[in-house]
Design a binder for this molecule. Structure first.
Ligand SMILES: *Cc1c(COP(=O)(O)O)cnc(C)c1O
Length: 233
């Protein structure tokens, strides 16, 4: 078995154990393999081990990798998620090459993604990134602006607002990890109570996977635990 296949198995087992101790079904949590900085060959190795959903942070790197994957394995059917910062002049290739975007934080970007989404691909699945760490982070919509932004994004025709995403301040303290994720879940539940049909909480990375699953994550975004240490970013 390749190292990537063994790592995937270990991550799946961790997710399974975290689900079991939270009283959740294992299939309530999807694994997004974050392949940033790793080559197309690593994606294909993960694919051979059964992984289908991949996350990329950098647009050009992601597009190059998709092309290389298609060249090496023309029948590969993968689902690509964009999880990096979005510049407004780069929305068109994101809208036409990805199935999900986890990092929408302003209306203007959402409007452009909706306008530029090719109709034949169906709606683009969206998470709004929320800044739950306050001053510690510059990324994400503030909790105050979230309700209005969510209503506006949900109304755009070629997008499907699925839920919320956050990258909390890194900490090894599991209680602190859980507190941050619980906060995102509370925001998610509040939007649902207002009538938005959301089903996705994108939270949890290699270092805080268990806490995220315990607090209700439905997509965990895992990079280094699958592909190894990143040597550059
Ligand atoms: C890099 C990255 C991940 C994966 O991080 P790991 O710690 O390697 O698991 C998840 N989400 C986002 C937004 C990232 O940029």
């Amino acid at each position: 078995m390749s190292i990537i296949a063994a790592n995937l198995q270990a991550v799946e087992a961790t997710i399974g154990a975290a689900c079991a101790s939270a009283g959740r079904g294992k299939n309530e949590v999807r694994l997004l393999a974050v392949s940033k900085t790793f080559p197309a060959e690593a994606v294909l190795e993960a694919m051979a081990a059964g992984q289908r959903a991949f996350g990329e942070n950098y647009l050009q790197e992601g597009l190059d990798k998709m092309q290389e994957v298609a060249r090496l394995q023309p029948d590969a059917v993968l689902e690509w998620h964009f999880i990096g910062p979005i510049q407004s002049n780069k929305t068109r290739p994101i809208a036409s090459n990805f199935q999900w975007v986890h990092t929408v934080e302003r209306l203007k970007i959402a409007q452009r993604l909706s306008e530029q989404r090719p109709e034949e691909l169906g709606p683009l699945d969206i998470c709004i990134q929320v800044n739950i760490s306050g001053e510690a982070s510059k990324s994400g919509a503030s909790e105050d602006e979230l309700p209005e932004l969510a209503r506006q994004v949900a109304a755009l025709p070629n997008l499907r607002l699925r839920g919320l995403m956050a990258i909390p301040e890194a900490t090894k303290d599991e209680a602190q990890q859980r507190a941050a994720f619980a906060r995102l879940r509370a925001l998610f539940e509040a939007l649902r109570a207002q009538g938005l049909a959301l089903d996705t909480l994108s939270m949890g990375m290699s270092g805080d996977l268990k806490a995220a699953v315990a607090e209700g994550a439905t997509i965990v975004r895992i990079g280094s635990a699958i592909f190894g240490v990143r040597h550059y970013e």
